[in-house]
Design a protein around this ligand. Structure first.
Ligand code: GDP
Length: 444
């Protein structure tokens, strides 16, 4: 998602950001390009108009044209507006009650939007945060929905409340709430029925469930792939039932991003989470600032570092940081990093998050063969050599090259790169601004 729009925005931002002087025409041209990029991404027309007019007014004011660094000012205006377009400073988080009261979350959405999968994803996330969720299978329309939720529930190890033979979703929901209280569960997530299209029966049914369990959150699951359709259906749910937030599923698809960019503005409710794959763990909070940075081609270094942390436990991360600071990071550590990189979802996923790389480096540009070669080279070293690369003289280099099926030149290149990387790491451990620099040197 956002690939194409991000490429365009990066280009527009780059063309202005370094300039020490910009004219009114420069601003008008850039805003026109922004307009085209937004329209091309299938953003709602009203939203585009508001965004473009607001940006133009602000950018043509004194503040920009006479600023010392007008390009930078312009980028800041667009960034701030993008953040405001995407999010709500107050409402991004779920409103959860204390652990002694059950928080009720009602899940709604059309059939196929990903509602059942998302219910399990949310349960897993809350469980990881130390909550004790219970799932309720109140989708009695789609025959396979109950089984599907049970399978997902056992996958994420969260119990699923089912009333065999029940035909009234209200009964299931009320019964599940009683069980949640009985078993000291602190969150109840109710999966309700979806239909292929909006219909009155569906709305009435969900309203009855809502009135019976008085949810703290009514979350609408929107399928990002359906673009503006997702926006108008969310609007309808908001009008008729009331929603407290949106979860945008299938964010990993190549949808153009129009839904994500229009929802907040049109429906007036924030996107709280995004679904980024089919697996229960493919689920993330939605951060407007990080998303805006990504769209503008400014990267998303915070997510990148968080992702790295997820694949390492805290102790390991601290050990790594100590090693970097003391300059004792060795080739064995580097080998482990190469493995970790693969675990983090591959180079492509990481590339999207590195500042300044949008639209400039594609996954195809990355020399995957080189990374593989590096692994083979390190694996051909003894542990003593990996710990202390300075002892690797010409004879050892020859042996390592032979053992790994590469040339002495390849070994030399790796050792040079590693030395350079170690220097940056030392600085990096003390100063965060070297993060990107280090990643670049690692070849990603
Ligand atoms: P429901 O009818 O709304 O309950 O939809 P399901 O939960 O059955 O999901 C419909 C399909 O979408 C399933 O094949 C899911 O695996 C898939 N799906 C759900 N969320 C995501 C997501 O975030 N990314 C991707 N790629 N697929 C998803």
């Amino acid at each position: 998602m956002f690939e194409s729009i991000s490429q365009k925005f990066s280009g527009i931002m780059r063309s202005l950001s370094g300039k020490s002087k910009i004219s009114e025409k420069n601003v008008r041209d850039a805003v026109e390009e922004i307009k085209l990029a937004l329209l091309d991404a299938d953003v709602n027309l009203r939203v585009v108009r508001r965004f473009v007019n607001g940006t133009l007014d602000e950018a043509l004011g004194e503040k920009v044209l006479s600023a010392v660094d007008p390009g930078q000012q312009f980028v800041k205006i667009v960034y701030d507006r993008m953040v405001a377009l995407l999010g709500d400073p107050e409402g991004q988080k779920l409103s959860l009650r204390g652990p002694d009261v059950v928080t009720v979350i009602l899940m709604m959405g059309l059939q196929g939007s990903g509602k059942t999968t998302t219910s399990a994803k949310l349960a897993l996330r809350l469980k990881k945060e130390g909550r004790r969720p219970l799932l309720a299978a109140a989708d009695l329309v789609r025959p396979a929905a109950i089984d599907q939720l049970q399978v997902l529930g056992s996958k994420v190890d969260v119990p699923v409340h089912v009333l065999p033979g029940a035909s009234d979703p209200v009964k299931v929901a009320v019964d599940a709430l009683a069980r949640a209280k009985r078993e000291q569960r602190d969150v109840l997530i109710i999966d309700t029925a979806g239909r292929m299209h909006l219909d009155d029966t569906l709305m009435t049914e969900i309203k009855k469930v809502r009135d019976a369990v008085k949810p703290d959150e009514t979350l609408f699951v929107a399928d990002a792939m359906t673009g503006q359709n997702a926006v108008s259906i969310a609007e309808e749910f908001e009008k008729r039932i009331g929603i407290s937030g949106v979860i945008l599923s299938k964010f990993d698809s190549d949808a153009r991003g129009g839904a994500a960019l229009s929802l907040r503005s049109v429906v007036g409710k924030p996107i709280k989470f995004i679904g980024v794959g089919e697996k229960p763990e493919d689920f993330e909070p939605f951060y407007p600032e990080r998303m805006a940075s990504r769209i503008l081609g400014m990267g998303d270094i915070v997510s990148l570092v968080e992702k790295a942390q997820e694949t390492m436990d805290i102790e390991e991360a601290e050990k790594m940081q100590r090693k970097m600071a003391k300059n004792t990071f060795d080739l064995q550590d580097y080998l482990e990093q190469l493995d970790r990189m693969t675990k983090m979802g591959g180079v492509g996923k990481m590339l999207e998050m590195i500042p300044g790389t949008q639209g400039q480096i594609s996954e195809d540009d990355i020399d995957k063969a080189e990374l593989k070669r590096e692994k083979a080279i390190i694996q051909s070293m003894t542990y003593t050599e990996r710990e202390n690369c300075h002892i690797i003289g010409p004879t050892r280099r020859k042996r390592i090259a032979r053992g790994s099926g590469s040339s002495v030149n390849d070994v030399n290149r790796l050792l040079r790169k590693f030395e350079k990387m170690r220097l940056t790491m030392k600085k990096f451990a003390k100063n965060k601004k070297y993060q990107a620099e280090m990643l670049k040197q690692m070849g990603i």
